[in-house]
Structure formats: structure tokens, C-alpha cells
Design a binder for this molecule. Structure first.
Ligand code: IDP
Ligand code: MG
Length: 149
């Protein structure tokens, strides 16, 4: 089972799209195992986006992600990384497929609504930035046999 760390970024929260965005992962068939609503600190933003440090957009990215509260979630599933990233859509919303979150709600790369981990390894690492082991819930979903063959 892969895990992906998903954030509803501050624009998604401010625009009243939390339920809409969370519902898309839920309907897709990913299984939620952790969720919290939090204000990111600059230190947390730097840890999350360490890979982008030094890029020209880095300061704006940290300002964006700390500009208001976010929803942090861990979703689990076979191929959770790829499934979540296709539900999210391309990084540039103008190029994201209609039907994806960014393709349906976004216009600009600096306001692209959602984060999703880009590899199984980063899914585990990023989940651990936001959640301790005992904050992640191991539960059985009664619909599993209708979603997983
Ligand atoms: P991803 O979120 O689709 O995985 P990444 O390349 O990992 O995209 O970039 C992380 C985030 O940094 C993007 O979601 C976006 O918010 C921001 N970002 C990436 N490239 C640019 C850029 O060229 N200008 C402004 N913001 C950018
Ligand atoms: Mg990324």
C-alpha cells in the first residue's frame, strides 16, 4: 500500500473548496488514514519544500503555503501516488486536464490549490512531517472489496 501526503493549500481553504477537494479523493477510492487542519509555520514550510530551496519561486512558495491554514491528509491505496496526482492534475493549472482539481478550479501555478507527494518514498517521508504514527488510523473500510480486486 502506498501513502500520499495531500495538502489543501491556503487558496483551496479560503475559496471554500475543502469539501470539494477532499470529496474527490474520497470518491476516487483512496482511503483516508489521517487528517488535520493547521497553520503552517515558515519552519514547517521549509521542511516540506526543502527540495525547492534556491529555486526562483521558493520565497513566494513559502509565503503562499504559510498565508493561511491548510488541510493536511494522508491517503492510502495501491498506486496512491499516481492516482492522487492524476486527480490533482498538472502543476500548471492552465495545462491541467478538465476534471482534475487544478483543471477545474485553478488558473495559475502559484495558486494551484493542492499538494500531492511525487513518489512512494516521499509519500512516507512527507506523511511523517505532519503526523506521528499514533495519529494515523488503521481501519477497515466496508467497501474495500468493491474498490480493490
Ligand atoms: P507539484 O505541486 O505539482 O508536485 P512541484 O514542481 O513539486 O509541483 O512544485 C511545488 C509547488 O511549487 C507547486 O505546486 C507550485 O505551488 C510551486 N511552483 C512550482 N513551480 C513554480 C513556478 O515556476 N512558479 C511559481 N510557483 C511554482
Ligand atoms: Mg511536487
Amino acid at each position: 500500500m502506498e501513502r500520499t501526503l495531500i495538502l489543501v493549500k491556503p487558496d483551496g481553504v479560503q475559496r471554500g473548496l475543502m469539501g470539494e477537494i477532499i470529496g474527490r479523493f474520497e470518491r476516487r477510492g483512496l482511503k483516508l488514514i489521517g487528517m488535520k487542519f493547521l497553520q503552517m509555520t515558515p519552519a514547517l514550510a521549509e521542511e516540506h519544500y526543502a527540495v525547492h530551496k534556491g529555486r526562483p519561486f521558493y520565497d513566494a512558495l513559502v509565503a503562499y503555503i504559510t498565508s493561511g491554514p491548510v488541510v493536511a491528509m494522508v491517503w492510502e491505496g495501491n498506486d496512491a501516488i499516481a492516482a492522487a496526482r492524476s486527480t490533482i492534475g498538472a502543476t500548471k493549472p492552465a495545462e491541467a486536464a478538465p476534471g482534475s482539481i487544478r483543471g477545474d478550479f485553478g488558473m495559475e501555478i502559484g495558486r494551484n490549490l493542492v499538494h500531492g507527494s511525487d513518489s512512494p518514498e516521499n509519500g512516507m517521508l512527507e506523511a511523517a512531517i505532519y503526523f506521528s504514527d499514533d495519529e494515523l488510523v488503521n481501519w477497515s473500510r466496508v467497501t474495500d472489496s468493491w474498490i480493490i480486486e
